[in-house]
Design a protein. Structure first.
Length: 219
């Protein structure tokens, strides 16, 4: 069930800090999403393409849809016509496919590079030790239909706030380095997507500009 009180509290907190809130609607029913929509929210995120498509069909079309989960190249074509921001770009192959599909749709698609900052092993995200080299070698000229607008990361699933804060701080450091160097002349490089239900306050304290909050919006 949608929890309007929790929603308002989190939304107010984010607004005070000038941070955007993405409502993560994965695994929630259409009814729950309609309630969220009725409260005025318009920025929704899903981690699976199929689920995103079926929800988009069932909801009003002024919603801004973000893809936050791992994206397979062969699914890019389904979201390319409308997706507002892809948070999970972590390979050249994926960038290449997004370029192809963005061009086909005559769009410019905004993307974040996903950086692996957590302790846990994960197949997803560019390792933080490699991100600067990855960006330095990007063939930007090959991607006229893509804007890389920032970075996304997920902290470790631990109780230790200090560790989580350190991981977010490390990501912010990489973000600032890129912003002040390779992306210096690109004003649109302005998005640091970090923080979820359990750690969005820590993430905001460490410089997040966009939090992805799911479970805490529901009962
Ligand atoms: C599910 C998910 C979230 C939201 O997680 P909650 O803990 O439910 O807030 C944020 N980001 C990604 C990438 C997710 O998959």
């Amino acid at each position: 069930m949608f929890n309007p009180t929790a929603y308002k509290n989190i939304q107010n907190f984010c607004q005070e800090k000038h941070v955007q809130m993405l409502a993560v609607s994965k695994m929630r029913s259409i009814e729950e999403l309609k309630d969220l929509y009725a409260s005025g929210h318009r920025i929704f995120g899903e981690n699976r393409v199929q689920e995103l498509l079926s929800k988009k069909d069932a909801l009003p079309n002024d919603i801004e849809w973000h893809l936050i989960g791992h994206l397979q190249s062969n699914k890019v074509k389904f979201i390319a016509p409308f997706v507002r921001l892809i948070h999970s770009v972590d390979s050249l192959d994926l960038l290449q496919e997004i370029q192809i599909q963005a061009k086909k749709n005559d769009r410019i698609i905004d993307c974040l590079l996903q950086v692996h900052i957590a302790q846990e092993n994960s197949k997803f995200g560019i390792p933080k030790e490699e991100i600067l080299a990855f960006v330095s070698m990007l063939p930007f000229n090959n991607y006229p239909n893509i804007r890389i607008v920032g970075l996304m990361g997920m902290a470790s699933f631990v109780e230790n706030d200090k560790q989580i804060a350190e991981e977010f701080a490390a990501l912010n450091k990489i973000y600032k380095t890129l912003k002040n160097n390779i992306f210096k002349n690109f004003e649109y490089f302005n998005t640091l997507s970090m923080g979820m239900s359990g750690d969005y306050e820590l993430a905001i304290a460490e410089g997040s500009t966009l939090v992805r909050v799911g479970s805490k919006l529901f009962i």
